[in-house]
Design a protein around this ligand. Structure first.
Ligand code: ADP
Ligand code: MG
Length: 345
């Protein structure tokens, strides 16, 4: 038996990376969330070979201060929370301070950033080594670019689990779509192997928002969905978005987007309430399509359940369930019969 010893930072980060960095899509999610947390209203994503070879994310957010750049790559280093109490009402998408440390431990990462009041940008590079990143001056407008090359180059066991370029890109694209649906006020561009996949301008008006939804979910969805916006006076819960007609049901649950306070989630309470609401009007084995936004007091929902933050815990899940069920059930019942007769897909 060997003696107890501390793990090197690199190994500790690689182990932690297992939780947050599963594939290119999870890298894109973390980095885009950082851009959104930095107040960016424009994000450009360039990827090559499904993201495995290269992912480059450029934002126009507030940037990182020169001396903070190496820190941004260390574990448990975050600017987003300081006290445990901050977690109670966390408004940012990130807060664990783990993503960049994890990603940089399993890739070749370059972080370039400039704050508005700096004369030039600064850059740090790592190659999956222990953190000893060198600061170098660089040219870059206000904002941040993260470049991730050769994901899992130093962890072959993980690399083996990557699927084909096409599959990895599909996952990555899905992440971009979700984030684009979560922030209409941010312009997104996604390019794969030089080809523009999404070019989404800031969508301020309702019409522009609808156009973005159509561009992401297909115009058939928008043509077969009802726009909703309902607020429960007593609890302050608000549900808005697009509810697909029962006739637009699908053989797979592939057009279901549900956001809680701007964060895309999968949750049993939500799924159950929606399924119940559609129960009378959907055939067995068919799935409804929807893009829905639930807004509630942040103190009523815990997002710190899982590192990827896909799950949430509602403080009053009964209340949420009933509100969702009642609201959707009424909306679906009110859909005009001629809507129900249409036969798309
Ligand atoms: P977290 O997002 O949980 O704080 P990360 O590892 O994702 O942890 O990022 C570490 C820190 O680096 C963030 O708290 C933030 O201060 C800074 N950072 C990362 N990406 C950006 C960005 N695009 N713009 C500005 N700051 C960033
Ligand atoms: Mg983060």
């Amino acid at each position: 038996m060997s003696r107890i010893h501390l793990l090197s930072p690199r190994l500790a980060n690689q182990i932690a990376a297992g939780e947050v960095v599963e594939r290119p899509a999870s890298v894109i999610k973390e980095i885009l969330e950082n851009s959104l947390d930095a107040g960016a209203n424009k994000v450009d994503v360039d990827v090559e070979q499904g993201g495995v070879k290269l992912m480059r994310i450029r934002d126009n957010g507030f940037g990182i201060e020169k001396d903070d750049l190496p820190l941004a790559l260390s574990r448990h280093a975050t600017s987003k929370i300081t006290l445990l109490e901050d977690l109670e009402a966390v408004g940012s998408l990130g807060f664990r301070g783990e993503a960049l440390a994890s990603i940089s431990s399993v890739s070749r990462l370059t972080l370039t950033s400039r704050q508005a009041d700096q004369d030039n940008a600064w850059q740090v590079q790592t190659e999956g080594r222990d953190m000893e990143a060198q600061l170098e001056p660089a040219a870059h407008p206000t904002g941040t670019t993260v470049e991730v090359k050769d994901l899992f180059f130093n962890t072959p066991a993980r690399r083996k689990f990557l699927k084909t370029e096409k599959t990895e890109f599909r996952h990555l694209d899905e992440v971009v779509k979700r984030l684009a649906l979560s922030r209409f006020d941010v312009a997104f561009q996604l390019r794969h192997n030089g080809k523009v996949i999404h070019q989404l301008h800031q969508a301020d008006s309702e019409l522009e928002q609808e156009r973005r939804v159509a561009s992401i979910c297909g115009s058939a969805f928008i043509d077969n969905a009802v726009k909703a916006d309902v607020i429960a006076e007593a609890s302050g819960l608000r549900l808005w978005g697009w509810v697909g007609l029962p006739t637009f049901s699908r053989s797979q649950a592939d057009l279901q987007y549900f956001f809680v306070n701007g964060r895309m989630i999968r949750d049993k309470v939500v799924t159950h309430a929606v399924r119940q609401a559609y129960a009378d009007v959907l055939y067995h084995g068919r799935h409804p399509a929807y893009v829905l936004y639930l807004e509630l007091d942040p103190a009523l929902v815990d997002v710190n359940v899982h590192p990827t933050k896909h799950e949430v815990r509602f403080r009053e899940s009964r209340l949420v369930h009933d509100f969702l069920f009642r609201t959707l059930h009424r909306l679906i019942a009110d859909m005009r019969p001629q809507d129900q007769m249409a036969s798309p897909e």
